[in-house]
Design a binder for this molecule. Sequence first.
Ligand code: PHB
Length: 391
Amino acid sequence: MLRRQLVQAAGLTAMALALPLAAHAADTFKIGLILPMTGQQASTGREIEAAARLYMAQHGDTVAGKKVELIVKDDTGLPDVAKRIAQELVVSDKVNVLAGFGLTPIALAVAQVATQAKTPAITMAAATSAITDASPYMLRSSFTLPQASVALADWAPKNGIKSVVTLVSDYGPGNDAEKYFSERFAANGGKVIEKLRAPLRDPDFAPFLQKVRDAKPDALFVFVPSGNGAAVMKQFFERGLDKAGIRVIGTGDLTDDEQLNNMGDGMLGIVTSHHYSAAHPGELNKKFVEAFRKANPNMRPNFMAVGGYDGMHMIYEGIKATKGEGGGDALLAAMKGLKFDSPRGPVEIDKETRDITQDIYLRKVEKKDGQLYNIEFDVIKQVKDPGKAKK
Ligand code: PHB
């Protein structure tokens, strides 16, 4: 009797000692969200964090018996800072998944940590094709510049644009946009007169726009990252390039929903190609936009927000499919091949490339309810990243 009681007591003590640790590890699923919350890319951080929190508010913070914990860290837009944060999140916080990445150099820096730690990572913002090649643990819920650029290169020559000057931010996504737009435009009989690249950090677009004015193309093709479009367009109008008859086309990063309404009526009629517009028709998007605005009264969701929202969906589906048990490889496997309806339209996470296949829309800036929006007028269905198809 006494012996049994002692054994029982010892067992209970051992359990009691083990419980807090085990309970913590077993019952929590941690998401390390690395975002630029300050600096030039801060709007990306704000949009993605707001969307991630909205997803959790709508779907609850308990999934398959796990309490989901979101840890948001500011990388200030710098890859070295992001890498250090990723390491800390993995080693100290023991996160189950990394996500965010507002710029390509950040996604590439975190990819190294993801590989070493065998921790899945979801690029919710950055859009250079090569990012998903940088680690077998990297997936993407945003888009790629080749995916967005090609549709516009098909549209332009059929719509009176025979010559173009390209102007891109001089780093990964800009180089992708320049290459994939130019090659396709030339293949369609168009002429690329000049290819200009402006620095990513604190760019002064004036000297580049002077060159555009001198070259007199039918249109200027622009890629600048989200949040930088207003600066280019301000200078474009100030220098009277519109009056000189030069049209503007670009990927939808230029007419970013976060900035568009403050960019002025000069924007009316500008055609861009992209995967998301806040004005995308359909019940799912209407609900998303309404809920986002209700939770964030002074914000309109942009393509960064939808990348954050869908990235959270991938994580939630991954937790469910692994019944809350899976970490690294199991979680990764569960997120590969996912197919779902996003506010942007139907999407699929390609099993092989871990990149996102999605509809790409042609849109024109128009006024709706007194505000400027990207209004979709054509769609290319289920576009895979052309950057992968080339290999
Ligand atoms: C990127 O750095 O990959 C990036 C950032 C913002 C964009 C597009 C691409 O709008």
